[in-house]
Design a protein around this ligand. Structure first.
Ligand code: FES
Length: 122
């Protein structure tokens, strides 16, 4: 049912935790299942130097959180802003159709964190 990449990121999630003194934080929730994802950014100049996440959610939500952190690190803010939930799911070699809604949290939380950073630093 799940791809090897999903199982890998679920079993060994990358970049779990918080960033002390994060300069951008984003949180989104899924109203239907109640899951919550929080993303912390450390931005220097225009580059995302570090990303960490905390997710209270299903395995697919944890795997997509983990993948979005890997995709975002090293990107410029504008590059990260165009990362889509679909791109995160594709980077995991896909999700079962019933779990696609879980991937909707990942890029959204990242985008919220970037917006938070921009609001605080404009
Ligand atoms: Fe809630 Fe997957 S069931 S995000």
């Amino acid at each position: 049912m799940y791809t090897e990449k999903v199982m890998d990121h679920f079993s060994n999630p990358r970049n779990v935790g918080e960033i002390e003194n994060a300069n951008g934080v984003g949180e989104v929730g899924n109203a239907s299942c109640g899951d919550i994802m929080k993303i912390y950014l450390q931005v220097e100049g225009d580059i995302i130097k570090d990303v960490k996440f905390k997710t209270f959610g299903c395995g697919a939500a944890i795997a997509t959180s983990s993948m979005v952190t890997e995709l975002a690190i090293g990107k410029t803010l504008d590059e990260a802003l165009v990362l889509t939930n679909q791109a995160v799911a594709e980077a995991l070699d896909g999700l079962p159709p019933a779990k696609m809604h879980c991937s909707n949290l990942a890029a959204d939380a990242l985008h919220e964190a970037i917006k938070d950073y921009k609001a605080k630093n404009s």
